[in-house]
Design a binder for this molecule. Structure first.
Ligand code: PMP
Length: 340
């Protein structure tokens, strides 16, 4: 630590641990590989890569494919090494030391980290006694704290709560702050409203290939906003950050979005089944529009799951997030819990 900034001395690495054996339900990954046609096309495309050349730093082909998918101008899109890179860049573009960021809590832990990296002040906006977020409370807190940046994650990681488009619009229209709308899990929800970023000056939406598109291995995410905001992100992010392979794989995935329908539908129906079963067993479970379920349960259940090599995410004693697995994986999880 001798050579590092004092203000960073309490930082700890984000760590989810690499598990290679057992049932992995701790990182909101898809239990499925990408559809076969997508995988085959990716394999073929690898042969065409010119490995001795840098990637296209403007991601022209990929942004065109994303633009075609949503019917939006490719110049209003930029890609990053996961949406993590783009979130990090936006925090750095927007915040001066001492600026305030508001976000619902609990939510994705990196928002606070990115805020602290630039010396900002992260103010959590809590839900009610049952951790349900209120848009009215957020609007009040925005008036009270006058933030530079507001984070809205919907469906929210880790609680799964989905905020309707009209309610997100109420937040956007209540303020001049920049709204970072993190839609990492929106493909599992009722309605993907990522295009609303183009109707306002103050909105950037973030999406990722890591969740519904089943490609966390390629580390690719994208941001959608007006050209001014996208130009600023492009000016600040590291050159050539998205590899040629990632661009190719992501392009193939988004161009074949329809091939994902079955597996996304399967995850959604399994989510609803696991929710109902856990509720029937008497657990305090949260309604989710994502590919995971937040649940309050005694730690003894987690101990039993661990004995059976079933890994879920523990936040603190009694507070867990279960990623939805395949039918067989979910059956095993429910069986262990039921037997207890
Ligand atoms: N936003 C949310 C809400 C997430 O849960 C995650 C991943 N855990 C990310 C962004 C980052 O995803 P990626 O960098 O893989 O695109």
């Amino acid at each position: 630590m001798k050579y590092m900034k004092k203000s960073f001395s309490k930082m700890v690495p984000y760590h989810s641990g690499l598990i290679t054996d057992g049932i992995i339900l701790n990182a909101n990954e898809s239990p499925y590989e990408p559809p076969l046609n997508v995988k085959e096309e990716i394999k073929k495309a690898v042969n065409e890569i010119e490995f001795n050349r840098y990637p296209d730093m403007d991601e022209v082909e990929l942004n065109k494919a994303i633009g075609a998918h949503y019917g939006i101008d490719p110049e209003c899109i930029t890609c990053g090494v996961g949406s993590d890179e783009l979130l990090d860049v936006v925090f750095r573009c927007v915040l001066e030391p001492g600026d305030t960021v508001l976000g619902f809590s609990p939510s994705f832990s990196m928002y606070q980290v990115f805020t602290e990296l630039v010396g900002g002040n992260y103010i959590p906006v809590y839900g009610d006694s049952n951790m349900i977020f209120s848009v009215d409370t957020m609007i009040e807190k925005i008036k009270e704290h006058n933030p530079k940046l507001v984070l809205i994650c919907t469906p929210n990681n880790p609680t799964g709560q989905y905020i309707e488009e009209k309610d997100v619009r109420r937040i956007i229209e209540s303020t001049d702050a920049l709204i970072a709308l993190d839609l990492a899990y929106i493909d599992f929800a009722k309605n993907d409203y990522c295009r609303i970023a183009l109707e306002y000056d103050n909105v950037i939406t973030f999406k990722t290939f890591s969740k519904a598109m089943a490609l966390p291995s390629i580390r690719c995410g994208y941001a959608i906003s007006n050209r001014d905001n996208i130009d600023m992100i492009n000016a600040v992010k590291a050159p050539y950050s998205v590899t040629t392979f990632s661009q190719l794989a992501a392009k193939i995935a988004i161009s074949n979005f329809d091939s994902y329908k079955n597996q996304i539908d399967e995850i959604k129906s399994e989510r609803d089944r696991v929710y109902k079963d856990l509720k029937k067993l008497g657990f305090n479970v949260y309604e989710s529009e994502a590919n995971f379920i937040y649940v309050l349960m005694d730690d003894k259940y987690n101990d039993l799951l661990l004995n059976n090599k079933i890994y879920i995410r523990k936040f603190k004693s009694g507070v867990y997030r279960i990623t939805i697995g395949s039918k067989e994986e979910n059956n095993k999880l429910l069986e262990v819990i039921k037997n207890a």
